[in-house]
Design a protein around this ligand. Sequence first.
Ligand code: COA
Length: 421
Amino acid sequence: MSKALEGIKILDFTHVQSGPTCTQLLAWFGADVIKVERPGIGDATRGQLRDIPDVDSLYFTMLNHNKRSIELNTKDETGKEVLIRLIKTCDVLVENFAPGALDRMGFSWEKIKEINSRLILASIKGFGPGPYEDCKVYENIAQCAGGSASTTGMLEEVPLVTGAQIGDSGTGLHLAFGIVTALYHRVQSGKGQKVSVAMQDGVLNLCRVKLRDQQRLAAGPLEEYSQYGEGIPFGEATPRAGNDSGGGQPGRILKCLGWEKDPNAYTYFITQAAVWKNICDLIDRSEWKDDPEYATPKSRLPRLNEVFDAIEKWTMTKTKFEVMDICNQYGIPVGPILSLKELSEESSLRATGTVVEVKHPERGKYLSVGSPVKLSNSPVEVTRSPLLGEHTHEILHDVLSYSDKEILKIRDSGAVGEEKK
Ligand code: COA
């Protein structure tokens, strides 16, 4: 069975998290991803947050599956010649260097187009054109600059960043979508194009409903926010909404049995209007079913604290998994707060390949998140990340068709680092 992106060659100039997320997805779908790394140094994450001395970190291995690695100093004259051959051979160049780095290396978009007019140049930067375009950006900066932090956290407390890497991995996902779209466009046009995603834009895209609320504020208070029922006035900007649900169906995080000792003994509980009567039966408040003060979603909005207090009295008598089982019998949407420990042990996630065990020659077995996107005719097989420069010879010889004599010369120049034993 052939893979969806089989035959597509990616020149992967990415590092850290945002870019590698993107190229890993493309590799999972069958693209040949050639990771270009500085000789002897490589992607900085190889050495960051190491759990085993001198072995590629989990940070690196979990973001660079299914790729090949070539060591190449692209600031060296011989290295530049090799890079030109790579640009001629590949379909896509993906990079997330600091602004201007590719130009400084001597490879502007104009120059790249001259070398290969079919090549797609895909870039991640922190900001798009504007006052901050030259700034370096990491995950949490993007969350702050993209509207996520100002709308995350409890109302009167400091802004919060989320555990989900929406700035890095989120932007990588956006870029992968842009690349596949540009590849499709190339089928008709025969030409490459530049695909750019700014991390600020990627985060803002994921904060779309918060911009919705910003505009709704002009028409009056946001009645589904808890602060409305608590009589706290709204300011000029979309406020932090704690654990209120973003839609028109109020929801909160509630304690479950064992919450005093287990930091994750909680459930999310949504008081979906359609099942209000079921909720009343479950928590033994059948009198609320037809009481005009509680019976309609609108009438309940000023009483959300009272309603959720009553529901929580019930959830505190059950484990989060019992809440899940019972509520789903009545069509009530709830969700246990699952720890990463629980997720990594969940057999159904192992069965679907969403959590995978990978073997690495230096670190042994480790767990990773597999592809969350499943293609029925192009299933993903997660293979380990490459060692630094593991495929240098193979890429020079098989992909770029250099002769053994030419490879020796390239080696002697120092542009591709030491030969691996
Ligand atoms: N051969 C020779 N030089 C290489 C090379 C190679 N194979 N690969 C990288 N380099 C050089 C670059 O050309 C650059 O040189 P320059 O500063 O002289 O132009 C240098 O290495 C450092 O690259 P840079 O991207 O600037 O790394 P940094 O550590 O200074 O910054 C980031 C890291 C992430 C802050 C920055 O890359 C960035 O803002 N990227 C865009 C946003 C982004 O993706 N952020 C999220 C990361 S998860």
